[in-house]
Design a protein around this ligand. Structure first.
Ligand SMILES: O=C(O)c1ccccc1NCC(=O)[C@H](O)[C@H](O)COP(=O)(O)O
Length: 264
């Protein structure tokens, strides 16, 4: 699936680059406000990142809720940050959602996409993102991409699949590490991925456990494994009362002492 997504992404980027050049993006960035500090928002407490996710390869259509409605409910529930899936073909997202989100919320906004070209980092910032997701396994040059993101005042979230990727991310200055509980080939969810890799992430860094959270018990478990934050999309989008749902998850995460024992 990831291969298919990347093939489409390449085609999409080569088209977009001709419509809006990188220099045009840079011009827009030069006159824009600095983004919200994503790391600072997540630091020192248990946090929930809520994702605006309309569809996905693993679930199909998820929700047709409007962005504005979802963001308001995420805020009311106590979300620390908003993630927005901007990928079009497989997730029914849109880069323009970033702009709309920025105009209606003060929370940091994470651009969730499949970043394979430096152009996309500038695009994220120009459209209002405060952070980007870099998936280590598909990123052509992690060091450069992390540096560009930081130079634009966006602390990136680096998604790692194995210990080598975690070491590489840390070596290249990553402050926020994501462990995706979803296997991106067969879509199975396994929280043991968070449990296995949490000890490799030093205490002063932020560990975001991504995907598969359905209930408070899941949050409790991930917190016990060492998560500083969780990233939730499908269930919060499907929920009839997202604010109350988020509040319950937040209570579970906040009342559970952080476990895991990072290697010194
Ligand atoms: O969600 C998918 O089906 C998916 C398929 C292929 C690549 C990535 C995919 N998801 C990206 C994500 O990381 C999730 O959207 C995010 O962690 C939220 O997960 P969930 O709460 O399980 O919707």
């Amino acid at each position: 699936m990831l291969k298919k997504i990347i093939t489409e992404k390449r085609k999409e980027i080569s088209k977009i680059k001709t419509k809006e050049t990188i220099n045009e993006l840079k011009d827009r960035i030069s006159t824009s406000d600095p983004p919200k500090d994503f790391k600072e928002a997540l630091n020192g407490k248990f946090s929930i990142i809520c994702e605006y996710k309309r569809a996905s390869p693993s679930t199909g259509p998820i929700s047709s809720k409007r962005l504005e409605e979802s963001i308001k409910s995420f805020e009311n529930g106590g979300a620390t940050a908003i993630s927005i899936l901007t990928e079009k073909k497989f997730f029914n997202g849109d880069i323009k959602y970033l702009k709309t989100a920025k105009s209606i919320t003060n929370l940091p906004i994470l651009m969730k996409d499949f970043i394979i070209d430096e152009y996309q980092i500038f695009q994220a910032r120009a459209y209002g993102a405060s952070s980007i997701l870099l998936i280590a396994s598909i990123c052509p040059n992690l060091e450069t991409f992390i540096n560009i993101s930081k130079s634009l005042n966006m602390e990136p979230l680096i998604e790692c699949e194995n210990s080598l990727e975690i070491y590489k991310a840390l070596e290249n200055g990553a402050e926020i590490i994501g462990i995706n509980n979803r296997n991106l080939s067969n879509f199975t969810i396994d929280f043991n991925k968070t449990r296995a890799f949490a000890p490799l992430i030093p205490n002063e860094k932020i560990l975001v456990s991504e995907s598969g959270v359905k209930r408070s018990e899941d949050v409790k478990m991930l917190r016990e494994y060492g998560a500083d934050a969780i990233l939730i999309g499908t269930e919060v989008m499907k929920s009839k009362n997202p604010s109350d749902f988020i509040k319950d998850l937040l209570i579970a995460g906040t009342l559970t002492p952080k476990g895991g024992s990072p290697i010194e």
